[in-house]
Structure formats: structure tokens, C-alpha cells
Design a protein around this ligand. Structure first.
Ligand code: MV4
Length: 480
């Protein structure tokens, strides 16, 4: 593989190209009209415009991207995350054109893209699953009978859903029928597939996921877990590795379960197996994401591997260069997603010009960034500016490093989630490790940040006053 095209933008396009460059591979960036001067375009060896600003006219137009890849004689296409990364038809068309898709085969993407197909695939592998059904249910009365057996609360999920889309909680039997009808009609209009199924609703779970990597020689490894429970409306905000609640035994059991999930669909490349964990530390397979994930850096920090390098090597047919026993966790990594959103105003996108934009740096600080000072933030795409990652010997150290890095991250012109990150890092529930997926909903309100600002202003005023009084005394001395 001598030349790869990165079918993405922003920080992940740069992240992928960094590793390609390190490996001596030439890089091609694609860009929309509004991204002409974006950092990812300048970072690449070559760049090509693929259309107008809206994603469906550029970054989502697979055929156009493949056409440019062929014209520029690239060997492989890396999809990053989002956009075309989990589009099975795209992966298939890339391969049909004699190019390498740096990711799994379309078959694995298709299976894991359907929650029910995924359940079917893992059936023979003895993976712990939430009590529920593994087939689409259409008959309301039959569904109600099953729900009674499982016990309330029940969660109705759309097979084609994911990331929380198409889910409905049913607390009581009397609401079941109406909720099921709603779920079906929502799934039909959102995904063109009205298949739904039901599960026991795990009320206060943690979201823990396992990074896996499989090669074409039958080797599947796991790279431990990421704790992703700090999320807001299914959008992750803080991720860390390792999780503060896993024991070595649980970690191994989850790692083995995750590699089995990968085997169940003949997985190749980097993937993530999501689990729910209840308060009694029981874990349940939820779904598999068939891409490199946003939060992959925390895994890289604690395991010392470059996941993109492994992806590329696996895509060109190489065997994974180590065994499971060779892998171990060293230190603790924390990641904050820095979004151009206003945490004081319901996290509304805060687009505008980055009048000031200075990144923190130093030992134990990594910033995977896609922006620079003076740039306008386009309204067309996800408003994530960067990922701020810290790495220390212990969890406490990574938290302290994060708080310092947040202070040293200077942004003017737009509001960001940096103050929200500081709120999380300072919160007692987060620091003690005693939290679940409801953390943000349970503890966060804009007042928490307002209060902190007010307190800081008060302290600043007191310091100023003390200095003033001291100065007055000194000035008066010669007179007395
Ligand atoms: C669940 C659940 C509780 N019980 N399934 C949300 C996204 C999708 N991946 C599955 N999700 C959930 N499935 C059962 N049976 C709770 C969630 C859930 C969740 C999961 C992970 C991270 C954040 C979440 C936030 C709300 C709900």
C-alpha cells in the first residue's frame, strides 16, 4: 500500500494521515467546497474537491470518492468514523473496484448494522445478553406476554437503530401497546425498517466497550476496555481507559466475549464491542461498531499501540504482530470531546470564527485537532473541534492533567464544552468512580458552571482586596 485516500475531514482525517506519513504512505485528502482551506487538506500530499458543502453532496457521495481514488491511483481508502465508515454498500463497491477498504468486509458491516442479525450471529458463541427476544416482534399480544415474563421496565428497540435512536422505555404494562406502535412507526419512518424487539431495561447501566482487532489470518485480539458512561443524549463527552470498576477477571471475561463477537461475523480490522454493565457488575453484549471510534486514543495511550497502523497493516494482509499475552495496560488515559457547543445554553452549536485558538501542550497531553486560529467553523458538519486526551500513571493524575489542559486551552469566538469538561473532572461522583450513564442528566445544570464562575470571581475579588489593603499599609508606612 503506497497511497491511501482518507474519505473524511477534520481531526480524524489528520489523525489517519499522520500514521500513513509515518509509514511512508502517500495521502490523498478529499474536501467539500467549504473545506477548501481546512487543515486536513493542507496536511495531505494531494487533495481533491468532491462537491458542495452539504455532506450528501460531498463526504457521503461514495461513487464520486471512488472515482477520484481510481483517477489518482490510490491503493486503499480509509473511511475514518461517521460518513461512509459503516456503509456496507460503499465498502463493497470500493473492493469491487480493486481498491482496499481499510475496515471490515461488507458482510460484517451488514450483520452488525442490524441489531437482530447481530444477535443471531452471536447466538452460538455463549455471549451474555440482556434478557429479551432475538427476533422481530409484530404481534402486540405475543409481545405483551413475553414482556410479562421478562418483567418491567421493558425497552423496545429498533433493529436498524443504534446510538439510542428508535428506543422506547415502557415502565408499565398499560403503556406497552401504544409504545410498541410508536416504536414501529418511528423505526419505519427513520430507517425504512419497522422491525423492533424487546429487552429488559437495565435501569442504571455503565457503558463499557472493548476494542478489538482482527487480521486475515484468524487472529483476534482485544485491547481492553473504554469507559464511556459520561454521555449526553447518546453523545459521548468523556471517555477513559481503563474503567475504574473492572477487575482483571471481568476484563478478561469481557475481552474474550468481545473477540467471540468479532469471530461470529468473520471480522477483520478494528472494531468495538459495546456492553452494558449493571450495578452488580453483570455485563451484556449490546452491539458492535464496525469502525475506528472517536475515542480510540485512550486505548492507544494505555496499550502503547497505534491502532491506525494496525488497521493499515491488517488491510494489506499482514498478521497482527503480537499475541494477547503481549498486551498489557500501562497508566490511565482520559479524553474530553471539545465541541463548539454552548454548555450554558442546552449545548446548542456555537458556530462562528475561532478568533483565538491555542492548544494546550506538555507531557501527558495529546490533542487530536482539526481546527486552527482564524477559521470559521462550518455549520454543515459535526461541531467537534478536537479531542483533548491526557495520560498519567494513575486515574487521579490523568484527571489533574485534564483540568490543567482545559485551563491552558484558549478559545475565543465560540463557546465550547471545555467548562463542562472541568465540571465533570471536578465532580465527586466522577472522581470517586461512582457514576452511570445518567451522570449528566442527574448532576449537570448550567447553574453548576455559573456557580463556579461566581465563586472564582469572588475569590479573585478577595485576593485583589487583600492586595489592595496590603498596598495601602505599605504606602502609608513612610507617613507614620
Ligand atoms: C439499553 C439500555 C438499557 N437496557 N438496553 C443506548 C444506545 C444503544 N447502543 C443501546 N442503548 C441502551 N440500551 C437495555 N436493555 C440503555 C441504553 C442506554 C445507553 C447505553 C450506552 C450508553 C448510553 C446510554 C444512554 C441511555 C440508554
Amino acid at each position: 500500500m503506497k497511497k491511501i485516500l482518507v474519505a473524511n475531514r477534520g481531526e480524524i482525517a489528520i489523525r489517519v494521515m499522520q500514521t500513513a506519513k509515518k509509514m511512508g504512505i502517500r495521502t490523498v485528502a478529499v474536501f467539500s467546497e467549504v473545506d477548501r482551506n481546512a487543515p486536513h487538506v493542507r496536511f495531505a500530499d494531494e487533495a481533491v474537491c468532491i462537491g458542495e458543502a452539504p455532506s450528501n453532496k460531498s463526504y457521503l457521495v461514495g461513487d464520486k470518492i471512488i472515482q477520484e481514488a481510481l483517477r489518482l491511483r490510490v491503493d486503499g481508502i480509509h473511511p475514518g468514523y461517521g460518513f461512509l465508515s459503516e456503509n456496507a454498500d460503499f465498502a463493497e463497491t470500493v473492493e469491487k473496484n480493486g481498491l482496499t477498504f481499510i475496515g471490515p468486509k461488507s458482510k460484517a458491516i451488514r450483520i452488525m448494522g442490524s441489531k437482530l442479525a447481530a444477535k443471531e450471529a452471536v447466538k452460538a458463541y455463549d455471549i451474555p445478553m440482556v434478557p429479551g427476544v432475538d427476533e422481530a416482534i409484530t404481534d402486540v399480544n405475543e409481545a405483551k406476554t413475553i414482556a410479562d415474563k421478562i418483567g418491567y421496565p421493558i425497552l423496545i428497540k429498533a433493529s436498524a437503530g443504534g446510538g439510542g435512536k428508535g428506543m422506547r422505555i415502557v415502565e408499565k404494562k398499560k403503556d406497552f401497546e401504544s409504545q410498541m406502535k410508536r416504536a414501529i412507526s418511528e423505526a419505519t419512518s427513520a430507517f425504512g425498517d419497522g422491525s423492533v424487539f424487546i429487552e429488559k431495561y437495565v435501569t442504571s447501566p455503565r457503558h463499557i466497550e472493548i476494542q478489538v482487532m482482527a487480521d486475515t489470518h484468524g487472529n483476534v485480539l482485544h485491547f481492553f476496555e473504554r469507559e464511556c458512561s459520561i454521555q449526553r443524549r447518546h453523545q459521548k463527552v468523556v471517555e477513559e481507559a481503563p474503567s475504574s470498576i473492572l477487575t482483571p477477571e471481568l476484563r478478561e471475561a469481557m475481552g474474550i466475549a468481545a473477540t467471540k463477537v468479532a469471530k461470529s461475523c468473520d471480522y477483520i480490522g478494528a472494531g468495538t464491542v459495546e456492553f452494558l454493565m449493571d450495578a452488580d457488575l453483570n455485563f451484556y453484549f449490546l452491539e458492535m461498531n464496525t469502525r475506528l471510534q472517536v475515542e480510540h486514543p485512550v486505548t492507544e495511550m494505555i496499550s502503547g499501540v497505534d491502532l491506525v497502523e494496525l488497521q493499515i497493516n491488517v488491510a494489506r494482509g499482514e498478521a497482527l504482530p503480537f499475541k494477547q499475552e503481549d498486551l498489557s495496560i500501562k497508566g490511565h488515559a482520559m479524553e474530553l470531546r471539545v465541541y463548539a457547543e454552548d454548555p450554558l445554553n442546552d449545548f446548542l452549536p456555537s458556530v462562528g470564527n475561532l478568533e483565538t485558538y491555542q492548544l494546550p501542550e506538555g507531557e501527558g497531553v495529546r490533542v487530536d485537532n482539526g481546527f486552527e486560529e482564524g477559521m470559521d467553523i462550518p455549520i454543515y458538519y459535526d461541531p467537534m473541534l478536537s479531542k483533548l486526551i491526557t495520560y498519567g500513571k494513575t486515574r487521579e493524575e490523568s484527571i489533574e492533567l485534564m483540568l490543567k489542559a482545559i485551563q491552558n486551552y484558549k478559545v475565543k469566538g465560540v463557546q465550547t464544552t471545555l467548562p463542562f469538561g472541568a465540571f465533570v473532572m471536578e465532580h465527586e461522583a466522577f472522581r470517586s468512580g461512582n457514576f452511570d450513564t445518567h451522570f449528566v442528566k442527574d448532576y449537570y445544570s448550567p447553574e453548576a458552571i455559573h456557580q463556579k464562575h461566581t465563586q472564582e470571581a469572588e475569590i479573585a475579588a478577595l485576593i485583589a482586596l487583600r492586595q489592595y489593603l496590603k498596598d495601602q499599609k505599605t504606602l502609608q508606612l513612610p507617613l507614620n
